[in-house]
Design a protein around this ligand. Structure first.
Ligand code: PEP
Length: 238
């Protein structure tokens, strides 16, 4: 399976950052990475120009969220169709920072349906909190999130397993924890779905994480802001 190295810039960046794909390319040239997919998800205002600067460099661009509807009276929202129109090929849905703000499995599922309707691939985020892991409920929590968030019959989607306690904290799940959870997700989702790991992935730990069975790539927050780090992680994907 082709590995997917996906950067989530969150609410960081500026119009000037749209030159970053050229910087990535200088460190890891497009012709050397035909075996993997690179994706950058910037804030909405930068998607179009990033797409223009990344398109010729074999780097995909995606959104960090979308609304379930195609259009309408939803002030401040952006539809999956609008993302597609700006060049997005993927959209992250159900990131834990959004779930923490109240987003439910049903809403995530409707966003994933919207992505499919618009012809872009949803990256559906799941992951347990530290309390849930310590109580021994990590697998059941993730299983319930998948059953509530993945639309019935959807075949083209990506799962990002991101233990909430490992996001932006510098704490990384152990290789055994990652291996166990990814095997569990594989059983639920099947052989063709890419399963990413996310949570403090950095150049120093990427090779070990990306070599773990059933890890088909990474979703990267902090380290994706620096093209040298993102390229080092992509190189570690082998
Ligand atoms: C994320 O926000 O999806 C994430 C994994 O962040 P970080 O890499 O900074 O932990």
């Amino acid at each position: 399976m082709r590995k997917l190295i996906a950067g989530n810039w969150k609410m960081n960046g500026a119009q000037a950052w749209t030159v970053k794909p050229a910087g990535f390319d200088r460190i890891y040239a497009a012709q050397d990475r035909n075996h993997i997919d690179i994706l950058i998800c910037p804030p909405f205002p930068f998607i179009r120009e990033l797409f223009t600067s990344a398109g010729g460099r074999n780097i995909f661009v995606g959104g960090q969220n979308c609304h379930a509807n195609e259009n309408g009276a939803h002030t401040g929202e952006v539809s999956a169709e609008m993302l597609a129109d700006c060049g997005a090929s993927f959209v992250i849905v159900g990131h834990s920072e959004r779930r923490a703000a109240g987003e439910t499995d049903t809403e995530v599922q409707n966003k994933a349906k919207a992505a499919n309707r618009a012809g872009i691939v949803p990256i559906i985020c799941v992951g347990e909190t530290l309390d849930q892991r310590e109580a021994g409920h990590a697998e059941s929590v993730v299983e319930n999130q998948i059953s509530g968030s993945v639309p019935d019959g959807l075949t083209e989607y990506v799962i990002a397993y991101e233990p909430v306690w490992a996001i932006g904290t510098g704490k990384v799940a152990s290789v055994d924890d990652i291996k166990g959870m990814h095997a569990h997700i594989r059983k639920i989702c099947g052989a063709t779905v890419r399963i990413l790991y996310g949570g403090s992935v950095k150049p120093a730990n990427a090779a070990e994480i990306l070599a773990t069975p059933n890890v088909d790539g990474a979703l990267i927050g902090g380290a994706s802001l620096d093209m040298a780090d993102l390229a080092a992680i992509a190189k570690a994907a082998g």
